[in-house]
Structures are given as structure tokens and as C-alpha cells.
Write a protein that binds this ligand. Structure first.
Ligand code: ZN
Length: 132
């Protein structure tokens, strides 16, 4: 079964920490050991793992991507969100994390982020747990 996390983003570009929502799914399903796959079913958003202790890190990632890949440029895709598609392709649509002792097996400073590149929108994140 796929679990779904629903979020509403507030800005065009934004990294949203979804670590607690993922932890809740692990707890709800009483998973002690396994693999959890976090997937973004959108073409202008992505999933990444990075530092969630200092909130300035997510701002730097978002701001620097926008500097590298400008909103307006000579893009072939004329829908007005070509930059968002490119950012989503670079970051990627999913991440996989180990679950051990009922917890995310993470580095001390790591968290899971939903990366919005064409917000604000209502978005879904699909999560699948493989116990084992
Ligand atoms: Zn588009």
C-alpha cells in the first residue's frame, strides 16, 4: 500500500521539511526494520535529503538553484515553468532511507525535504515501506 503525504506549499521555490510526516508513517505502520521509499509524483518538484538542523541550508539550496536556473530564459518549453522542470530533473523524484529499530537510520543532521519549484501548489508525496 502507498501512504500519501499532502502538503500545501507557500512559495514558488521552497524546501519543506517532511521528516516528521515520514516518521509518523513508520510509527503508524509499526515498522521496526526495512526500507522506506519517498517518491514525488510531480514534474516540477523533487525529494532530497540534507541538513535540517540549520534552516539556512534549505534556503541556500533553493536560492542557489534559482540563480543557476533562472525563472525566465530562452527555454523551449513555453508553459512558463521550464526552470522548475530542470530543477526537478537535477534533484530527482525520490529517495530511499533505511529503517532500523523503528526509526529512520539517518546521519545526525539529516532530514527529508520536499522541494517545490513551481508553487504555491497542493502536492502529494507517495511513501512505500518494505519491511525486512
Ligand atoms: Zn511545464
Amino acid at each position: 500500500m502507498i501512504e500519501k503525504i499532502r502538503i500545501s506549499t507557500k512559495n514558488r521555490n521552497e524546501l519543506v521539511d517532511i521528516t516528521d510526516e515520514v516518521k509518523k508513517i513508520i510509527e503508524k505502520n509499526k515498522i521496526k526494520s526495512g526500507i522506506i521509499h519517498i517518491f514525488c509524483p510531480h514534474t516540477t518538484a523533487a525529494i532530497t535529503i540534507n541538513e535540517n538542523y540549520d534552516p539556512s541550508v534549505k534556503e541556500d539550496i533553493s536560492n542557489f538553484l534559482t540563480k543557476l536556473i533562472p525563472y525566465r530564459s530562452n527555454y523551449a518549453h513555453t508553459e512558463g515553468n521550464a526552470d522548475a522542470h530542470i530543477k526537478a530533473a537535477i534533484i530527482g523524484s525520490s529517495r530511499t532511507v533505511f529503517v532500523e529499530d523503528g526509526r529512520l537510520a539517518f546521519g545526525t543532521w539529516q532530514g527529508i525535504f520536499f522541494c517545490e519549484f513551481d508553487g504555491p501548489r497542493t502536492r502529494e508525496i507517495w511513501v512505500k515501506i518494505l519491511p525486512g
